[in-house]
Design a protein around this ligand. Sequence first.
Ligand code: SF4
Length: 470
Amino acid sequence: MGEEKREFCGIFGIFSPGDEVAKLVYFALYALQHRGQESAGIAVSNGRDTMLLKDLGLVSQVFSERDLVTLRGHIGLGHVRYSTTGKTAWENSQPIQATKGGKTVYVAHNGNLVNTDSLRKKLSERGFVFRSTSDTEVVAGLLAPHLGGDLVEGLAEVLPKLEGAYSLGIMTEERLVGVRDPYGIRPLCVGRYMDGFAISSESCGLDIIGAEYIREIEPGEAAVIDEDGLRFVQVMEKRKPSLCIFEFIYFARPDSVLYDMYLYHARKHMGMYLAQEAPVEADVVIPVPDTGVPAAIGFSQASGIPFGEGLIKNRYVGRTFIQPTQAIRQLGVRLKLNPLVRDIRNKRLVVVDDSIVRGTTTKEIVKMLRDAGAKEIHMRISSPPDMYPCFYGIDTAVRKELIASTKSVEEIRRFIGADTLHYLSMENLVKSTGRPKEHFCTACFDGDYPIPVPEDLLADKFRLEGKVIR
Ligand code: SF4
């Protein structure tokens, strides 16, 4: 919608003896495309030699059939990226490689490190030449000296130096590894494929190639896949599990499984709780597509108000790289959503969305529905007010741009122009996940950051009208 939070990256890796895996990685990246749309890359290994192809653009734009036939090997690592650290540039697209003594390591990263400045400096002093501004190259640079020895020992030595959120896919000539930071902020799971195994940011990446989901990689754990099969190694001490709760609210696909639950069901429960918390008399419940759909279905089922599709999404407009003209840009949200005017006119609407970031898009949606003749508009949001920025791999505004950090719910209601507005309570959001609050990062809502954030980064994003506010 132009103001939504954007996921940083998606990772997929596979080790399948006797197979050519490039096309499998390609299709899995397609399933993970929602996690990053600025660049895509695939590295493959045949056990001795490696090849890498990456570029800016969507998966469908980066790889041709001919490219995929050229990428030969039974080990593959793929990545889709949306940049938050390091500007959008070819060098920053992933996987990122580093070589040492004729050996190569490829790294694909989902998350964000908060201590890269000091690590970059130390690596530069040791003579490492950086080719990108991405924090992922820091990881590759730190791992490279360990390529001649035991990679798992190398991981146990290098990873504790990293501070921040990271789920990593790591590939060498002979091996594939998936690893999560000690807090498990970003997801990563493992599946079985034929005689081999695969790792994926979300289980939907396994489903699309027919791989069987095994389980999530635990915080601080590595899944090591090679000729000997799959083994799990706890390479770092597990800390308080802190999976990003926004994965449940809308980042991950509804058909993905996290904490043993389809996110579709968690989101439906969020909508049911919304209906309990803020009932209203209305004619129809409509979602803001696509992510508001499961919660709107839940609201409809719990309230008995019929579900309807009042807004139709133009699915492909966000995927063009052609800059719109000024006149087209001024259409704003209309570029992406089109109201079913005849179904909306004179109706009392419950409109369900997953979050409000800056508020400008919600305001445009409300106006569009009013222009279409809606009699009443009752906004229901399936998460609490979003008040704090993310430092762990999600592109969010600085704090002062988050509307809930400076306005009360009533002020937001007036700003967006709705008749009523209600945000889901933290208590019922957490209940919808089936897990206790202690298993999540909920910092967007309560400022309780599980991994310490350096002062300068905090100050940057927390500045509210000249003052640093905590
Ligand atoms: S700060 Fe927010 S977006 Fe970032 S990991 Fe925590 S809950 Fe997720």
